[in-house]
Ligand binder design. Structure first.
Ligand code: PMP
Length: 305
């Protein structure tokens, strides 16, 4: 992560080094916050944020799940995101809005606590590395189970939910893998620690359903639409670990990860062990779209200037 100049905090732009929170911040203890991750891309018409409004709508919906009142409108926060990108100059390529319960109580009940809101930008580059982005990642199946929809509000991006992802990611790192694959309590594939999962089998594309306990990814949604537009059949269905081993292609999607080929899972090569044609086609199309090289999907770009 490369830092930038300014962070938007509760309505004001402050210097990076001054964007601090109190140690008694409720969310720091119990995870009562929500966040988003968005990407900014260079296009011929200037810099653009990918699906800004959809991300910020999800932000408000995540907040609703934990009864966190955001004291700004959707329009105000979309404008604040754009302003934060503008003041931070060209190297900022990833945006992190965060809203959370502030200080006031030590117990669990956050009901009367103030809401704090921040928007930061960083330079991220390729999330898991340039090489991995091109040649594919190695996954391990995590021994940590993804909580069920009964145990957590998984379609909301709640800070506290992410300790499960952090555990799985640590496991992957300690096993020398790039990323972890998470299974749910049924033993079916849920998602990566910060990515949705797709497989290609006999020319058809499959991805896991919300009932598997996943975040409804905006990249997932984009890829489903793009793939259908160019004639692929895309089906949401439960996917087993074994099906992934036997798939022709597997790839992951996420704002940070973009379209990420998977070349190996638990030391089994996927397909021939290098990115397959469908993955490469979708990766290329996605890259063209986010960089404003495809008129049809300009609707997804929010220009910053
Ligand atoms: N699943 C999880 C758990 C995530 O954190 C993310 C990243 N937001 C995704 C999937 C992908 O979602 P999106 O495409 O909206 O970034």
């Amino acid at each position: 992560m490369d830092i930038t100049e300014k962070i938007w905090m509760d309505g004001e732009l402050v210097d990076w080094k001054d964007a601090k929170v109190h140690i008694m911040t409720h969310a720091l203890h119990y995870g009562g916050g929500v966040f988003e991750g968005l990407r900014v891309y260079d296009t011929a018409r200037g810099r653009a944020i990918f699906r800004l409004r959809d991300h910020m709508r999800r932000f408000f919906n995540s907040a609703k799940t934990i009864y966190l009142d955001i004291p700004y409108s959707l329009d105000e926060l979309c404008e604040a995101v754009k302003e934060t990108v503008r003041v931070n100059g060209p190297k900022a390529d990833y945006i992190r809005p965060l809203a959370y319960y502030g200080t006031g109580v030590i117990g669990l009940n956050p009901v009367n606590l103030p809401t704090r809101v921040a928007i930061a930008c960083v330079h991220m580059g390729a999330y898991l590395g340039e090489e991995q982005q091109k040649k594919g990642v190695r996954l391990i199946t995590s021994s940590w189970e993804k909580p069920s929809n009964r145990a957590a509000a998984l379609q909301a991006k709640i800070c506290g939910n992410y300790i499960n992802s952090v555990l799985a990611r640590l496991e992957a790192v300690h096993h020398g893998a790039d990323e972890a694959l998470m299974l749910n309590s049924e033993g079916n594939v849920a998602e990566g620690t910060g990515e949705n999962v797709f497989m290609v089998k006999d020319g058809r594309i499959y991805t896991t359903p919300l009932s598997a306990g996943i975040l409804e990814g905006i990249t997932r949604n984009s890829i489903m639409e793009i793939a259908r537009d160019i004639g692929y059949e895309v089906t949401e269905k439960d996917i087993t670990r074994t099906e992934l081993y036997m798939a022709d292609e597997v790839f992951m999607t996420g704002t940070a990860a973009e379209v990420l080929p998977v070349r190996m899972i638990d030391e089994h090569p996927i397909g021939n062990g290098s990115p397959g044609p469908v993955t490469v086609e979708l990766q290329k199309m996605f890259s063209d779209i986010v960089h404003g090289r495809n008129e049809k999907y300009m609707k997804w770009l929010e220009f910053v200037d």
